[in-house]
Ligand binder design. Structure first.
Ligand code: FAD
Length: 366
């Protein structure tokens, strides 16, 4: 039985490695140790069935995940509404979630190398991996789950960044005497959109999503400048005040993370398959990145098993399904942005207002 290397240690990689273990393999997991930062992400309801398939349903415990009570938004007009979607989701402590996945995998006794992969080279019947310490490892196939770094993506991958979305965010400790609803709040503003969601451990994530070039001076460096951008919001500012977070949010500088949409036209090259953000990175507005990372890690692992047996059919189906999923996601994403008709002169919205007329009957909003 051939050896399969999994590159990365995020959700996609851990799902891929676990799938290989469940198929009776002992995968090789290669990724540098990194501090995982919990930024308060929403795990979509689709993740439950995937975790059950991995026999990891117990990961959604009180330490890692809060069941969501739904999603509220100010989007399309100045009214606060409850969105149709959002039920059945979880508010995730990402660091705790990944830590638990990793602990369970360690008990599966997989082979781990805590080091970066510097290069992947195709070989006639496998892949050569060059590691950061100069060592070279051979594998029959490799699943690239290196996230937005997309280690294996050369020009043939057709990887394309379609916007400049960036998240400027902080996780705030909630005062002891507050009991916020476990719900997401999203509000459109001229600059982009605000996102507010609870995390396990009595914390709240607050983030502004905008384009890098539109960030006002100081907003990424100065907590007060960043929070002041929320001053005229209909729902975010009152919620911050009601939770006693308005002055806390103005304290330390926020963190910044790239959040641009990145698409690709090829996910497989020879015996290398890409999964998770290394395959395609989705706009967090749809809150689908984590479930997609889980699904694609699992599907890529299953496809790799038949590919190394000389049967490319499953790998071809994986690529086809994934590319179709991305296309569908982009349509939904564009319809979400098109559902906000205000801010007609604002560059952030002008850049995204491309499909309003092609989806006249589609009622989609965050
Ligand atoms: C601000 C923000 C908010 C988001 N909010 C949500 C949300 O609410 N809901 C949701 O579903 N999704 C959300 N997402 C998307 C989600 O976080 C990603 O889709 C998901 O984390 C992708 O997982 P991954 O395993 O593919 O990549 P990652 O988690 O990025 O993991 C990549 C791994 O590869 C390793 N690596 C990188 N380079 C190398 C190398 N050369 N060699 C070896 N290892 C390497 C890294 O160390 C890491 O372990 C958000 C994203 C952002 C930026």
């Amino acid at each position: 039985m051939g050896r399969i290397a999994v590159i990365g240690a995020g959700v996609a990689a851990l799902a891929a490695a676990r799938s290989l273990v469940l198929a009776g393999r002992r995968p090789l997991l290669i990724a540098p140790d990194r501090e995982v930062i919990s930024r308060g992400e929403t795990l979509s309801p689709a993740a439950a069935a995937l975790l059950a398939r991995l026999q990891w349903a117990d990961l959604l415990d009180a330490e890692s995940a809060l069941p969501s009570e739904g999603r509220f938004s100010v989007w399309g007009d100045g009214t606060l509404r409850r969105a149709a979607q959002g039920e059945g989701a979880w508010h995730l402590d990402r660091a705790s979630f990944e830590r638990q996945m990793r602990t369970k995998l360690n008990s599966d006794a997989i082979e781990c190398h805590p080091i970066i992969v510097t290069m992947l080279v195709h070989h006639c019947d496998g892949v050569v991996l060059e590691l950061g310490d100069g060592r070279v490892v051979f594998a029959d196939a490799a699943i690239d789950c290196s996230g937005r770094a997309a280690l294996s993506s050369g020009t043939a991958a057709g990887r394309r960044r379609t916007d400049r979305l960036v998240a400027v965010w902080r996780v705030l400790d909630l005062p002891d005497d507050t009991e916020p609803a476990a719900a997401t709040l999203i509000e459109a503003v001229a600059l982009g959109w605000w996102y507010m969601a609870p995390l396990p451990g009595h914390r709240m994530m607050l983030g502004l999503f905008t384009d890098t070039d539109l960030l006002p001076p100081g907003a990424a460096q100065n907590g007060a400048t960043w929070t002041s951008l929320a001053a005229s919001t209909v729902a975010i500012a009152p919620r911050l005040r009601s939770l006693g977070l308005d002055t806390t949010a103005a304290g330390a500088p926020p963190q910044v993370a790239p959040a641009a949409t990145v698409t690709a036209s090829r996910l497989i090259e020879g015996r290398i398959l890409r999964a998770g953000d290394a395959a395609a990175a989705l706009d967090p507005l749809g809150a689908n990145g984590l479930a997609t990372a889980l699904w694609s890690g699992m599907a890529a692992a299953e496809a790799t098993l038949t590919l190394t047996d000389g049967d490319p059919e499953r790998a071809d189906a994986y690529e086809r399904d994934y590319l179709q999923g991305i296309a569908q996601h982009l349509v939904t994403q564009q319809a979400m942005y098109a559902a906000e008709p205000r801010f007609a002169d604002a560059p952030f919205w002008q850049r995204r207002r491309t499909v309003a007329s092609s989806h006249p009957n589609q009622e989609i909003s965050p």
